[in-house]
Design a binder for this molecule. Structure first.
Ligand code: ADP
Length: 444
């Protein structure tokens, strides 16, 4: 950029210089030659008048230095010349200025010397007796003028270009300086050209965005690492138990009477293992967006009916009453996702309940939304845990959750599925009284 500005300034200076020189030289040349020609014409008039009044004797008394006067007879022979011997001069009848003067009374012409440095200009006038008076003078040609002034001009050009170089280098440096001084770590704080402000603001915005993206990426990476560690841990615990009991039986260390309870423990742990693996697979599918999310006409009430039906056995086993109320609610959704939402919420409501407790599922239409509520009369969730229950592997009471067969992943699957359905989930709870989850799905 600096080089470009520098070159532009030098080029402009050079062009201005060249144009000025052409005008100055051309103007002064025209001025000087124009004056000379006018003077020559005046002199011709004087000489012609003198010759008319004084006759041939006038020429003899003539004393001129800077102009040449020639008197030519009507037949072209030269009768008098101030510079040469008239008799030795050739006939002048064919000269253009003489021809013109014979025809029109006045004639003029010019002839450039072979060196192109000098030019002879002639003016001729016919006298009443038919003879012709001619005056002439030498003029410098433009080339000659140029040769005469070339040295000072070259010196002037060199000096002017040198000054232009210095100024251009200085100016270009000054112009570029504020751009070079931009603080890239904090572009907007720099004092620079107003024209650059939008660019710098954008740079700042992009930097901020980049920082945010980086932080988010770091956070995601951390969550992923934590998740992997948690999954390994969740898998290891039941596997340890399984291999422990199996080893006891295999090595014959278990008493006959212990074999059945050990086998039961192995069975329970493998069911747990299976649940963790299934939940992890569900979550990964949701994460990877591998589910077919093409929306279809779904009736949330019908889905809730199915989920409630498949949990009927579990609720009876727990001694919990499971009710479904509400109305048909049709909207654009993904059946699999909606089913896993209702199923997991009901499953928790039964799991974290007391014997003789109740779970009410309700599906309602609102103006723009469909609302699902799952309310239980269970153990409730203390206030300080409410924010965290949707985190992966988060459990309010770890041992109790494991006892009832929880994996700590159910609500994170729900949260994920609700987000994919563009819905919203809210929870309210009172320890010892019960918990209520409300999920709102937009109809459009
Ligand atoms: P889990 O598989 O342990 O049930 P979730 O992600 O489904 O995992 O739930 C996270 C935790 O939130 C549970 O461990 C439990 O402590 C609490 N929780 C979830 N639903 C209820 C509920 N209806 N009543 C009481 N506590 C609940």
């Amino acid at each position: 950029m600096r080089n470009r500005i520098f070159r532009s300034i030098c080029l402009v200076t050079f062009i201005v210089l060249a144009i000025s020189l052409v005008f100055i030289l051309g103007g002064s040349y025209q001025y000087s030659t124009g004056g000379q020609e006018k003077q020559l014409k005046n002199q011709l008039e004087l000489v012609a008048k003198g010759a008319q009044t004084a006759g041939p004797d006038y020429f003899k008394s003539l004393n001129v230095e800077d102009i040449r006067v020639t008197w030519i007879k009507a037949d072209g022979t030269v009768a008098f010349d101030t510079q040469s011997d008239a008799e030795s001069m050739e006939n002048h009848l064919e000269r253009p200025e003489i021809q013109q003067a014979i025809k029109e009374g006045y004639g003029e012409s010019s002839r450039t010397s072979s060196t192109m440095l000098r030019k002879q200009i002639y003016c001729a006038q016919r006298l009443p007796d038919g003879s012709i008076v001619r005056v002439s003078t030498t003029q410098n040609t433009l080339l000659n003028l140029l040769l005469g002034v070339i040295q000072p001009i070259v010196v002037a050009i060199v000096i002017i270009l040198l000054i232009a170089f210095l100024i251009a280098s200085n100016v270009s440096k000054k112009i570029v300086e504020p751009i070079n001084n931009v603080n890239l770590d904090d572009p907007e704080s720099t004092k620079t050209y107003t024209e650059l402000k939008p660019l710098l603001s954008r740079l700042t915005a992009q930097q901020t965005q980049l920082k945010k993206d980086k932080e988010e990426l770091k956070k995601t990476e951390q969550i992923r690492q934590e998740f992997t560690a948690n999954v390994s841990h969740e898998l290891k615990t039941p596997l340890h138990a399984i291999s422990g009991y199996a080893e006891l039986i295999k090595s014959g260390l278990a008493a006959e009477a212990d074999i059945k309870p050990f086998a039961e423990k192995i069975y329970d742990e493998s069911v747990r293992l299976n649940q963790v693996v299934e939940d992890v697979i569900d979550l990964s599918k949701l994460d990877a967006g591998a589910l077919n999310l093409s929306g279809e006409e779904t009736d949330l009430y019908w889905i809730a009916e199915n989920a409630v039906q498949s949990l009927e056995g579990f609720s009876q086993e727990k001694g919990v009453k499971l009710n479904l109320t509400g109305e048909h609610a049709v909207f654009n959704g993904t059946t699999n996702l909606l089913y896993s939402i209702v199923y997991n919420l009901c499953d928790n409501a039964i799991k974290y309940n007391h014997e003789g407790g109740e779970v009410s599922v309700n599906v309602m239409n609102e103006e723009n939304d469909v609302v699902l509520t799952v309310t239980d009369t269970g153990i409730g969730i203390p206030e300080e845990h409410l924010d965290r229950i949707f985190e992966r592997f988060y459990r309010v009471d770890k041992s109790h959750s494991k006892e009832v067969g929880g994996t700590g992943l159910g609500l994170s699957i729900v949260k994920h599925a609700v987000a994919l359905q563009k819905g919203e989930i809210k929870v309210s709870s009172q320890p010892g009284i019960g918990t209520s989850f409300a999920v709102t799905f937009p109809k459009a």
